[in-house]
Design a protein around this ligand. Structure first.
Ligand code: FES
Ligand SMILES: [Fe+2]
Length: 322
């Protein structure tokens, strides 16, 4: 089998297909604690929002007014008493019901491990069998957002293989060497990776600095929820990445690091700075790859033997497109 053709990373047609594919699958859009109270809402892909109702239930709906389609709320999150359209004032309660109509168009929301997931239409979300840690009690201690000048699928493929650790991430290679990592290939929607950990944890000096264990020591488990939600479970913290394609060659990354609740409020520069550097290395290498693809001379040749996790992702893309 050959890698995906260059045009799936470059064309507007693939970008449009990707937007649809993402809307039809589950996307992790935040944590349960991001919507703690009635009226609190967070945004998913496009105009999809998740709102906490008066009855404390989470509901997914589109903030597109049923009257003449104006969008209703601005930004990425907020808290409202009702959803009031700024055009002619139609208003909707926290479950999306309106007086003049049967209400806002609904979508699906579910939770796993304290994360909130949305989808326009989706089968029930199974839990990834290879993650056994209790992630629901964790709290976000660090959040960051950046943009990468590369197609989002290059970022996922990069996440799916550790073949690049020795050359791109010498710091990471020291703690979780490429030669001691393997992929966990399933029929989807979760794909995984397992890395042997040679230090206490992945941090600047490989130490936990008193952070309580939240998962198995001696190992790191990665999990990709197809297509755009990435997680990495370390012994004492969890990384989560959400990829939002803005254009064929531009991707927004929302990143957070979750810790045990007893230490989530503290600064963890040994972890935060380590991942800032590592994420930056991935950003730079994916941008180089995108620049190479744009040149228009590359054609698919082969996968490396260790790239089975990436092959599994590319396969899911092929199936979703066909
Ligand atoms: S478009 Fe919303 S009230 Fe008219
Ligand atoms: Fe990387």
């Amino acid at each position: 089998m050959l890698p995906l053709p260059a045009e799936v990373y470059l064309s507007d047609a693939s970008h449009a297909a990707d937007q649809k594919l993402i809307a039809d699958h589950w996307t992790c859009i935040g944590r349960v604690e991001d919507v703690p109270l009635p009226g609190a809402w967070i945004r998913g892909p496009g105009r999809l929002i998740v709102v906490r109702g008066e009855d404390l239930e989470l509901r997914a709906m589109f903030d597109v007014c049923r009257h003449r389609a104006s969008t209703i709320v601005d930004g990425e999150s907020g808290r409202v008493a009702r959803l009031v359209c700024p055009y002619h004032g139609w208003s909707y309660d926290l479950s999306g019901r309106g007086k003049e109509c049967d209400g806002l168009v609904r979508a699906h929301v579910t939770t796993w491990g304290g994360f909130v997931f949305v989808s326009r239409r989706a089968a029930p979300l199974p839990a990834p069998h290879f993650i056994t840690a209790d992630l629901a009690m964790l709290r976000a201690g660090h959040r960051a957002r950046w943009e990468v000048s590369a197609n989002w699928k290059l970022l996922v493929e990069n996440f799916q293989e550790s073949h690049h650790f020795p050359s791109v991430h010498p710091g990471l290679e020291r703690h979780t060497p490429f030669a001691r990592s393997s992929s966990i290939v399933t029929g989807g929607p979760w794909l995984g990776g397992r890395m042997e950990l040679l230090a206490e944890t992945v941090s600047r000096d490989g130490q936990r600095h008193g952070r309580p264990l939240i998962a198995e020591p001696g190992v790191v488990h990665d999990a990709l929820l197809f297509p755009t939600s990435l997680f990495s479970v370390q012994p004492d913290y969890v990384l989560s990445y959400r990829l939002s394609p803005l254009a064929p060659d531009r991707t927004r990354v929302d990143f957070s690091i979750l810790f045990h609740p007893a230490v989530a409020h503290l600064d963890h520069p040994d972890v935060v700075e380590f991942w800032q550097k590592t994420n930056d290395e991935d950003r730079a290498i994916c941008e180089r790859q995108m620049e190479g693809l744009r040149e228009g001379v590359w054609t698919p040749l082969c996968y490396a033997e260790s790239e089975d996790g990436m092959i599994a992702f590319d396969d899911m893309i092929r199936r979703a497109y066909s």
